[in-house]
Design a protein around this ligand. Structure first.
Ligand code: URA
Length: 441
């Protein structure tokens, strides 16, 4: 085989020339140093990622990249657990569905061990959210991950050690090099993790709208079909639901704030769009796992919340991952911000738009996300919305509260937020929560 040269891969992708399977395999080996490969320098990987963002990859290159990344480390299987399910979101603003969905599904008797990521660009990450719970670790060994799946029914782990390590490396680089937005890279990132984690049924929550990486239904459908093709090639059941991300999901954006909102949903105190989305996604997963008709599964998911079973499963998961389960009863035990400020409406009217991508970026400015790979996250930073798109407001009403560790960060974020929350004289229509569904079943 010809000697592998990273400069050659960068040149070819930059010129739109497809890489061979062998080149992609060597590239992935070089990301993690597998099979004695020399590690590729980060600056070369970043250059290749940028070339992919501009030129794309063929479907075949994407499939090869996905499978090579899946095989870049250890792969899990669950011989003792029966049907195991998994879910992944393509990334949104205020998207805390995993924290609610996994306990609901587990409480209904279907195990959901899940590998999640950190924040990416303007979107938050489940790992950062969970790590805002004092003491909680997401660095679970494969043995502990399996044990929690058996005893509690769910666990959320970061990509420790050796599960899809090629994605771990690329994910962190993409986050800080503006190379997140690429359908082939998103497909390979998500599906390599999902296939390495070994679930039988995979639900993909493909976010679409201003706060999502996919801005249109067409792009979202392309990504959904590519990811389903990867699952099919690996013999997995897979459904993708396109869900609305034109507005932030729920009322809280920021790590501890989102944990707080998730607990409120699990307590049955919040019943809006977020709760609706979580029970809908839970019903899809339960249905895929053979628990009954869609209607029966929806009723089962709702019952898991009203009975308190899902909340107890969440409590057990937090404790099982070393976290302070007392936060479930006392949300003040979550990290609290040093500074806060309420933004008031300057006019009468209706909230006509909240540009979720810019709201996500404002959250990063507050300290809830990263701008460089070395940045640490402020778990208490973020935004609590007091209104949603479609609500009527009057001059002086509270629109949102901002949280950070300094007034300067709040000043900067507030200016951005003022520009991106639109108030109009008329009430306009909402988009539906679910835009479309694709499946290989
Ligand atoms: N989620 C991931 O795991 N990877 C992406 O690239 C985007 C969202």
């Amino acid at each position: 085989m010809a000697e592998f040269r990273m400069t050659e891969c960068i040149r070819k992708t930059k010129q739109g020339i497809a890489l061979s399977d062998a080149e992609i395999q060597s590239l992935v080996n070089g990301i993690v140093g597998k099979d004695g490969a020399e590690k590729i320098a980060e600056y070369q990987l970043a250059a290749w990622l940028m070339a992919v963002c501009f030129r794309g990859l063929t479907d075949r290159e994407t499939a090869t990249l996905t499978m090579a990344m899946r095989d870049s480390g250890q792969k899990l299987s669950y011989p003792t657990l029966g049907t195991v399910v998994d879910k992944h979101s393509t990334g949104g603003v205020g998207d805390k569905t995993t924290l609610i969905l996994a306990p609901i599904v587990a409480a209904c008797g279907v195990p959901m061990p899940k590998m999640s990521g950190r924040g990416l660009g303007h979107t938050g990450g489940t790992i950062d959210k969970l790590e805002s719970i004092p003491g909680l670790t997401t660095a679970l060994s494969p043995e502990r991950f399996l044990e929690l799946a058996e005893t509690v029914g769910c666990a959320v782990a970061m990509q420790t050690g050796n599960l899809a390590p090629a994605d771990k490396k690329l994910y962190a680089l993409r986050d800080v090099t503006e190379t997140v937005l690429s359908i082939p890279l998103i497909c390979a990132s998500i599906m390599s993790k999902k296939l390495a984690t070994g679930a039988d049924c995979i639900l993909l929550d493909v976010k679409v709208g201003s706060g999502a990486f996919m801005k249109t239904d067409e792009e979202a459908a392309e990504l959904a079909k590519l990811m389903i093709a990867a699952a099919t090639a690996d013999g997995k059941k897979c459904t993708a639901i396109l869900t609305d991300m034109d507005r932030p999901l729920g009322y809280c954006i920021g790590n501890a704030l989102e944990v707080e909102e998730a607990v409120r949903v699990l307590r049955g105190e919040e019943t809006g769009v977020l709760a609706e989305l979580c029970t809908t996604l839970a019903a899809e997963l339960l249905c895929m796992a053979g628990k009954g008709s869609h209607d029966a599964c929806l009723a089962m998911a709702k019952q898991a919340v009203t009975s308190g079973a899902a909340l107890e499963t969440f409590r057990a998961m937090v404790a099982g991952q070393g976290g302070d389960a007392g936060i479930v009863d006392d949300l003040k035990k979550l990290p609290q911000a040093k500074c806060s400020r309420v933004l008031l409406s300057e006019q009468d009217g209706w909230i006509s738009a909240m540009e979720s991508e810019e709201i996500g970026r404002a959250c990063v400015l507050l300290g809830a996300g990263r701008m460089t790979m070395e940045d640490t996250i402020d778990p208490a930073a973020g935004i609590r919305l007091h209104v949603q798109v479609g609500d009527e407001v009057h001059k002086g009403d509270a629109l949102m509260t901002l949280y950070a560790d300094s007034e300067e960060k709040i000043d900067e974020a507030a200016a951005k937020l003022r520009e991106n929350v639109k108030i109009s004289a008329e009430c306009n229509e909402h988009k539906p929560l679910i835009h479309a569904k694709y499946s290989n079943i």
